[in-house]
Design a protein around this ligand. Structure first.
Ligand SMILES: O=C1C[C@@](O)(C(=O)O)C[C@@H](O)[C@@H]1O
Length: 522
């Protein structure tokens, strides 16, 4: 961990923001933050009720178990403080005099204060000059200009918070972080901004914020995630970046699985959720070698659309018409697309059938799916992998999708049959058929949704759900009650991730280790 007081630090610090309303609570939270892995705490004086500046600051700063950053944010910069500026600035000076390790001044007041602060610099506390940019993220030149003006205040550290409306805007933050002459805290909040926070150690950011357990702050990662899943202290400039391109993306358990596995196989890499709104913009920005993005998982709804952004597509993925894994080939920097969903989903179903003693009957295929009717709900990226996989095992595929044209196209490719979606609710399959859900219906938070009518479930021998959050969806619960074998999307998730890890690292994935994580985390 970085040493406090040294402004140029090699390791990014992890800071817990504290917004308690009493000094007693702040003291308790400081100790908790330490236990949860914070290197320092940010104390928001503007949240304290009946705040007595000198007395309260003395209490806090005398007994602090961690270095402290003091912030007294006024209303005009998004804070709670409504009093006069003179008192506010006096209080910040008092904090400095009493030994706060860092004090935050807003850019608007900083230029008038810096000379004075430098002259009174006996305490050794560092001055952070901060700026919140509301509205649209400034263009690169404007951001550079802003950072220059912040630097010219003479600040020890500068802090810039933007509100990115698109993940591509985060590239401007990465650029600033890697080029800034002064220690810089720069990030964007929210789901689209999460990568700016997690990847800040790679690009040399001074600190990253992490919220405490039970005290989560919207738009910030938790201390637990930063320390346990991402292990930000291990990220350095050589760390390769992998991520899940999806929308939404917050439900994914990919980071909890891939990150510990990278560490297990001693591969210096990080896997982050990437909330992508537009694939074209995303690839046009992040294909630049500057960011060293090494590969991606591709999730809903982009598995088919992403094919056109790959420079090459593996024949299996081409035949499926969907890509769920992309790697940047090191020899020539090209994006190569693969599909690990097909084998993951089909082998999960086959193994469950074999386990229950189902055989391949009289056909020439060595698969218990051979000759069976395979009813598929959803003809998107995951549905394509299932349909092509089922066909490769000799099953007869029946496809439902709200977009009937899409169902017909896929049915044609797998010599199957397409049915209008309305029929799914009273479609009675052949006895012993397989049902596979490849729609997002039933996924957290809409867990009560189910893609077929409950009464039709009793005819299926096996029901598979590609949704994996929750582990046992309503579809699976109902199918189990109706007597079917059930296969959770968690099994497919694990198997496709094993395939991905092999491709990402070029090493053999530690399957048992990954399975144990899945058992513990899901
Ligand atoms: O379908 C899935 C799940 C996934 O999108 C996720 O949620 O982590 C990751 C993809 O690689 C995979 O094909």
């Amino acid at each position: 961990m970085g040493s406090v007081g040294t402004v140029i630090c090699k390791t990014t610090l992890v800071c817990a923001p504290l917004m308690a309303e009493t000094v007693e609570q702040i003291m308790t939270d400081m100790y908790k933050a330490k236990v949860q892995g914070a290197d320092l705490v940010e104390i928001r004086l503007d949240y304290i009720k009946n705040f007595q500046p000198r007395q309260d600051l003395e209490t806090i700063l005398k007994k602090k178990p961690l270095p402290v950053l003091i912030v007294y944010r006024p209303k005009w910069e998004g804070g709670q403080y409504e009093g006069d500026e003179h008192t506010r600035l006096e209080t910040l000076h008092t904090a400095k005099e009493l030994g706060a390790d860092y004090i935050d001044f807003e850019l608007k007041v900083a230029s008038n204060l810096m000379e004075e602060l430098k002259m009174n610099c006996h305490s050794g506390s560092k001055v952070i000059v901060s700026c919140y940019v509301n509205g649209v993220t400034p263009l690169e030149e404007d951001l550079n200009r802003l950072v220059m003006s912040m630097q010219s205040t003479g600040a020890d550290i500068i802090k810039l918070v933007i509100n990115a409306t698109n993940i591509t805007e985060i590239s401007r933050i990465f650029h600033l972080l890697s080029h800034c002459q002064v220690p810089l805290i720069a990030y964007s909040i929210g789901e689209r901004g999460l990568i700016s926070q997690i990847l800040c150690p790679k690009f040399g950011g001074f600190l990253v914020y992490g919220s405490m357990e039970g005290n989560s702050v919207p738009g910030l990662p938790t201390l637990e995630n930063l320390r346990q899943a991402y292990k930000v202290e291990d990220i350095d400039e050589d760390t390769k970046v992998f991520g899940l391109i999806s929308k939404p993306v917050g439900h994914s358990k990919g980071p909890l699985l891939h990150n510990p596995t990278f560490r297990r196989v001693k591969y210096n890499a990080i896997y982050v959720p990437m909330f992508v709104d537009d694939l074209k913009d995303f690839f046009s920005v992040y294909s630049s070698p500057e960011f060293e993005f090494a590969g991606f998982s591709v999730g809903f709804p982009y598995k088919e659309a992403v094919v056109e952004f790959c420079d090459e597509v593996h024949p299996l993925a081409k035949a499926i018409g969907a890509v769920n894994t992309i790697i940047r080939r090191s020899s020539d920097g090209k994006w190569v697309g693969y599909n690990t969903d097909r084998e993951a989903s089909i082998t999960a179903i086959e193994d469950a059938l074999k386990h229950r003693g189902c055989t391949n009957g009289e056909t020439s295929f060595d698969s218990p799916l051979a000759g069976k009717q395979f009813v598929l709900a959803g003809a998107g990226g995951a549905g394509r992998a299932l349909a092509v996989g089922a066909k490769s095992r000799g099953a007869r595929v029946v496809i439902f999708d709200i977009d009937f044209e899409r169902a017909k196209t896929l049915a044609h490719e797998v010599s199957g049959e397409a049915r209008p979606f309305e029929e799914v609710f009273n479609f009675h399959p052949e006895k012993g058929a397989i049902l596979a859900n490849a729609t997002p219906l039933g996924m957290h938070p809409n867990t009560d949704r189910i893609p077929v009518a409950e009464v039709t479930l009793q005819d299926y021998r096996l029901v598979f759900d590609s949704v994996y959050t929750p582990r046992k969806t309503r579809l699976l619960k109902d199918a189990e009650a109706a007597g079917a074998i059930i296969v959770s999307g968690v099994e497919m998730f694990l198997r496709q991730a094993i395939g991905q890890l092999n491709l990402f690292t070029g090493k053999e994935a530690p399957e048992e280790f990954m399975r144990d994580i899945i058992l513990a985390k899901f």
